[in-house]
Design a protein around this ligand. Structure first.
Ligand SMILES: [Zn+2]
Length: 76
């Protein structure tokens, strides 16, 4: 098998996996607080401002999905 074809197939499969992951689980763990919603601080803990202390963040693929859907709805 040609190496370029193998790379193309691998890219397509991993993209499909990511898209289905974004569809099934639109939220991922917050990278700043590791999904805890709180960050250890010098005095006690602080609530994570990045995820509003939910510990969740919207995946990048889902952001793109929402953006495209909004564009499509505005076009009608
Ligand atoms: Zn967070």
């Amino acid at each position: 098998m040609h190496p370029a074809l193998l790379i193309t197939i691998t890219t397509i499969i991993s993209t499909l996996c990511y898209v289905s992951q974004c569809y099934v689980h639109p939220f991922g763990r917050c990278r700043k607080c590791h999904g805890k919603g709180r960050i250890p601080h010098r005095r006690g803990v602080r609530y994570c401002r990045r995820c509003d202390s939910t510990g969740l963040r919207l995946r990048l693929g889902r952001h793109v999905w929402n953006y495209v859907r909004r564009l499509h709805q505005d076009g009608r």
